[in-house]
Design a protein around this ligand. Structure first.
Ligand code: ADP
Ligand code: MG
Length: 526
């Protein structure tokens, strides 16, 4: 036995220091050696090798092959090239890459190493490898969220634009429709002019439908939600929509038993179902199958965490599926954008799904689409459950050509509509006090000697909204009835454009008969 030499002691000390440090460092620290004949090895690697590559330092001391076997096939070339480059230039090696490990599966690795030339002409690196899987996952999630946010913003701004255009357009359409109706009444059906006027009337009506779709997309459609039984609604609509689908298409309908109710404007269910069915029909080449289904669905937090786009809660589901052409990824990514269509000119407007999207959003629901090219499509609409029973989806039909002698205070900032509406009401026998601004209306109301029975007002006006105007005038005329009209709502009526059930409202553009009926019904209300 002899005393260990000073040099031996120092070596032992520095080795234990290295071992302690190596254990402290996250990941692995290593020496990697590349021989001139292309073989390579890890002459030294810290115990972290067990985690980083799931190999022991001994297994790769002489031969690095097991490590290369762990590299993700798609990243193998990147790593090999980075090593080659660093060996050639003696610049620092740097690489982020994936590994596939027997126990941990797919993981991300980050490595940096400094090279030096060896006597035999090979290269020796000293470096470190770290686990960056968590960072990579966060980045990926962030990218997904960012895309979603951008998509939402895009839809929002397109919606605002569409809503604004639709609003102005609605006013113009009201004037066209109204004057055409007035003209039609003065031309007997036998005269040639009658045909022309009918054509104008039909075209304007069709434009009004398009405008309504745009407003629905922009979530600026005034709505009157009712508690509804979706099964009953669908059943009723199917009779109407059957001809639209055509005889050769096999239409299956599976209503769920004990379906929860939803609270929604019935006309919005019409819009959803019509658009989805027309799309399903178009996806089928003459023959095929379309299936309608309803159901109750509950999503909990954990389900929604795993399924993007789902929101926890209780929903009534409406599925419309077809075994038609299906959709590719590109189509799916633009599906709900207004004016996105793959149909030939004149066949599609690209407003169908934009409308459905707007309606479902306005009702705090969401949509899920499943489709593959050639495999058909399934659209699932989720509408929030309404706690309570369904009411009857009553009609608001009233006697046509309803007349009266009462006095109506009419407020409308668009002169052409003010004039038209005055003409219509006067023809029905009413006395009309016409005002272009709320202040003018208040002035007229105080000056008018007799009673005022009805306030018919636009909702959105520069000075004061229709609601506040009604409150103001009601103070002096407690028996006054109010009827609101609007082309859009843009949140001015209430949150999400929802009207209280007891508020009378008429959507622009309206026909002479619609207006006359609505005025009569409002006046006759208790
Ligand atoms: P449009 O029907 O006027 O083209 P939509 O907004 O209703 O506008 O639909 C947009 C596009 O989405 C369609 O042009 C079509 O490419 C695709 N699409 C919608 N529904 C289906 C379906 N059931 N099967 C296949 N493609 C569909
Ligand atoms: Mg469509």
């Amino acid at each position: 036995m002899h005393e260990p030499s000073k040099a031996d002691q120092q070596l032992a000390q520095s080795q234990s220091l290295l071992e302690n440090l190596a254990r402290l460092v996250p990941g692995v620290i290593y020496q990697y050696r590349l021989y001139p004949d292309g073989r390579s090895a890890f002459p030294y690697s810290s115990p972290g090798m067990n985690d980083i590559y799931e190999v022991t330092p001994e297994e790769v001391r002489e031969d690095a092959t097991p490590v290369f076997g762990r590299l993700h096939p798609d990243d193998y070339d990147d790593v090999a090239n980075a090593i080659g480059e660093s060996a050639r230039t003696l610049q620092t090696f740097y690489c982020e890459f994936r590994v596939v490990l027997p126990r941990q599966g797919l993981r991300w690795r980050w490595s940096q190493a400094h090279p030096e030339r060896t006597e035999d002409g090979g290269t020796l690196w000293h470096g470190i490898i770290l686990d960056i899987t968590a960072r990579r996952q966060t980045e990926a999630e962030k990218a997904v969220l960012e895309t979603q946010l951008q998509q939402a913003r895009k839809m929002e701004s397109v919606g605002q634009l569409a809503g604004g255009v639709a609003h102005d357009f609605n006013n113009m359409l009201s004037v066209i429709l109204g004057h055409t109706e007035l003209a039609l009444e003065q031309v007997s059906p036998g005269q040639p002019l009658h045909v022309n006027l009918m054509k104008i009337f039909q075209a304007a009506t069709r434009s009004a439908d398009l405008t309504r779709q745009l407003l629905a997309f922009a979530r600026q459609q005034a709505i009157m939600p009712k508690a509804l039984d979706l099964n009953e609604m669908v059943q009723g609509l199917l009779t109407l929509l059957r001809p639209l689908i055509g005889e050769d298409i096999d239409l299956k309908w599976h209503p769920a038993a004990d379906l929860w109710s939803v609270k929604m404007d019935p006309s919005q269910i019409d819009q959803i179902l019509t658009n989805l069915l027309v799309n399903a029909r178009d996806a089928l080449s003459d023959v095929g199958k379309v299936t309608l289904e309803t159901g109750n669905t509950t999503f909990d937090e954990s389900y929604c965490a795993e399924h993007r786009g789902f929101v926890p809660g209780e929903y009534v589901r409406l599925d419309v599926s077809d075994d038609g052409c299906g959709m590719d990824k590109d189509t799916l990514s633009h599906l709900f954008e207004p004016f996105f269509t793959t149909k030939q000119l004149g066949k599609g407007t690209g407003l169908g799904l934009a409308t459905v999207y707007g309606i479902v959003k306005q009702n705090n629901g969401f949509i899920n689409v499943y489709s593959e090219p050639g495999e058909g499509s399934r659209f699932s609409i989720y509408l929030p459950r309404h706690a309570g029973n369904a009411e009857q989806a009553g009609t608001n039909g009233a006697a046509a050509a309803a007349r009266g002698q009462e006095t109506v205070l009419l407020v409308e900032d668009e002169p052409a509509i003010l004039e038209l509406t005055t003409t219509i009401l006067e023809r029905q026998g009413y006395t009309v006090l016409a005002a272009q601004t709320p202040s003018e209306a208040i002035h007229l109301a105080t000056r008018h000697p007799g009673p005022i029975h009805l306030l018919l007002t636009d909702i959105i006006m520069p000075e004061m909204n229709g609601r506040d105007l009604a409150k103001n005038i009601l103070a002096a005329n407690p028996h006054l009835k109010s009827l609101f009209m609007s082309g859009y709502t843009a949140g001015a009526i209430g949150r999400h454009g929802m009207l209280d059930a007891d508020v009378s409202f008429i959507q622009k553009p309206f026909s002479i008969n619609e207006l006359a009926a609505k005025v009569r019904v409002t006046l006759d209300r208790e």
